[in-house]
Design a protein. Sequence first.
Length: 81
Amino acid sequence: MKTNFRQSIGILALAAGIGIPGIALQAQDHDPDYSHNKTYQQGMREGQADHAHNKDHSKKRHFKKDEDQKAYEAGYQKGRN
Protein backbone atom coordinates (compact mmCIF):
# COMPACT_ATOMS: atom_id res chain seq x y z
CA MET A 1 0.00 0.00 0.00
CA LYS A 2 2.83 2.41 0.85
CA THR A 3 4.47 1.83 -2.52
CA ASN A 4 1.33 2.75 -4.45
CA PHE A 5 0.89 5.89 -2.36
CA ARG A 6 4.51 6.96 -2.93
CA GLN A 7 4.22 6.30 -6.65
CA SER A 8 1.00 8.29 -6.80
CA ILE A 9 2.64 11.23 -5.04
CA GLY A 10 5.65 11.04 -7.38
CA ILE A 11 3.45 10.98 -10.48
CA LEU A 12 1.37 13.86 -9.15
CA ALA A 13 4.49 15.94 -8.44
CA LEU A 14 5.85 15.20 -11.91
CA ALA A 15 2.57 16.19 -13.56
CA ALA A 16 2.41 19.43 -11.56
CA GLY A 17 6.02 20.26 -12.44
CA ILE A 18 5.31 19.86 -16.14
CA GLY A 19 1.93 21.60 -16.11
CA ILE A 20 2.73 24.81 -14.21
CA PRO A 21 5.49 26.09 -16.54
CA GLY A 22 3.21 25.35 -19.51
CA ILE A 23 0.51 27.55 -18.01
CA ALA A 24 2.99 30.38 -17.40
CA LEU A 25 4.25 30.25 -20.99
CA GLN A 26 0.73 30.26 -22.35
CA ALA A 27 -0.16 33.38 -20.34
CA GLN A 28 2.73 35.30 -21.89
CA ASP A 29 1.60 34.63 -25.46
CA HIS A 30 -1.41 36.95 -25.23
CA ASP A 31 0.35 40.21 -26.04
CA PRO A 32 -1.66 41.57 -28.97
CA ASP A 33 0.07 42.64 -32.18
CA TYR A 34 -0.84 46.30 -32.65
CA SER A 35 1.73 46.97 -35.37
CA HIS A 36 -0.92 47.64 -38.05
CA ASN A 37 -3.19 49.67 -35.77
CA LYS A 38 -3.30 53.39 -36.62
CA THR A 39 -3.44 54.48 -32.97
CA TYR A 40 -0.41 52.30 -32.24
CA GLN A 41 1.45 53.98 -35.09
CA GLN A 42 0.38 57.41 -33.84
CA GLY A 43 1.67 56.54 -30.37
CA MET A 44 4.92 55.28 -31.87
CA ARG A 45 5.46 58.57 -33.77
CA GLU A 46 4.68 60.69 -30.72
CA GLY A 47 6.86 58.54 -28.48
CA GLN A 48 9.78 58.90 -30.88
CA ALA A 49 9.24 62.66 -31.10
CA ASP A 50 9.11 63.00 -27.31
CA HIS A 51 12.26 60.92 -26.98
CA ALA A 52 14.06 63.06 -29.57
CA HIS A 53 13.05 66.29 -27.80
CA ASN A 54 13.54 64.86 -24.30
CA LYS A 55 9.88 65.36 -23.35
CA ASP A 56 7.88 63.23 -20.97
CA HIS A 57 4.61 62.08 -22.59
CA SER A 58 3.85 65.59 -23.81
CA LYS A 59 0.48 64.71 -25.39
CA LYS A 60 -1.95 62.88 -23.15
CA ARG A 61 -4.27 61.21 -25.63
CA HIS A 62 -7.54 59.62 -24.58
CA PHE A 63 -9.48 57.37 -26.89
CA LYS A 64 -13.08 56.24 -26.59
CA LYS A 65 -12.24 52.58 -27.14
CA ASP A 66 -10.15 50.88 -24.49
CA GLU A 67 -8.38 48.81 -27.15
CA ASP A 68 -7.31 52.00 -28.98
CA GLN A 69 -5.96 53.43 -25.72
CA LYS A 70 -3.95 50.29 -25.09
CA ALA A 71 -2.62 50.30 -28.67
CA TYR A 72 -1.59 53.96 -28.40
CA GLU A 73 0.20 53.43 -25.09
CA ALA A 74 1.98 50.33 -26.40
CA GLY A 75 3.14 52.29 -29.45
CA TYR A 76 4.20 55.27 -27.36
CA GLN A 77 6.28 53.11 -25.04
CA LYS A 78 7.86 51.29 -27.98
CA GLY A 79 8.69 54.60 -29.70
CA ARG A 80 10.00 56.16 -26.51
CA ASN A 81 12.63 53.43 -26.06
